[in-house]
Ligand binder design. Structure first.
Ligand code: FES
Length: 164
């Protein structure tokens, strides 16, 4: 199934595991189980070891990403300016924890270390858009921009307000 990926690699050469995982992830955005099984067969390596490597490195994901990636900076400057509140508001509004993707697959919520924009802390980044000096009150407006249906954006607003 993933033979097009394997054509650049010699079979059973375990030293290529990381490169293969990277290539698969570049194609799919994550590591589908079927691809890991194919890699296991191709490298003649137990699937459990491949999972071990895939879960050890932060760069690899075992689940697909949402359509929009929200990154909440939890570096020191952002922490001091209240990024924990922003994260909590986002988790509440999206009904998912940091590191998870919403059920409708519209958002993935992530926590990141300093993203180099401390002067506008606290910072949230959605895809490539930076929102500096963000407050909990800004969250509904920010999410609304990336939420297709008006109904769900209204819900987000309601949910945040009821948690405050
Ligand atoms: S600590 Fe958040 S941008 Fe630096």
């Amino acid at each position: 199934m993933h033979s097009n990926i394997f054509s650049n690699y010699p079979p059973k050469d375990k030293s290529n595991l990381i490169s293969l995982l990277q290539e698969v992830q570049n194609i799919y955005g994550y590591l589908p189980e079927s691809a890991l099984m194919d890699i296991s067969e191709f490298l003649d390596m137990p699937l459990s070891r491949i999972y071990g490597v895939a879960t050890f490195y932060n760069q690899f994901r075992l689940k697909p990403l949402g359509k929009n990636i929200i990154r909440v900076c939890r570096g020191t400057a952002c922490h001091v300016k209240g990024s924990a509140n922003l994260l909590f508001a986002l988790e509440t509004a999206l009904n998912c924890k940091a590191g998870e993707t919403t059920r409708d697959k519209n958002f993935t919520l992530e926590v990141v270390a300093c993203i180099g924009a401390c002067s506008i802390a606290p910072v949230i980044v959605v895809n490539d858009d930076y929102y500096g000096r963000a407050t909990v009150k800004d969250i509904p407006r920010i999410l609304k921009k990336y939420t297709a249906s008006e109904v769900s954006s209204e819900k987000i607003e309601e949910q945040i307000t009821s948690e405050q």
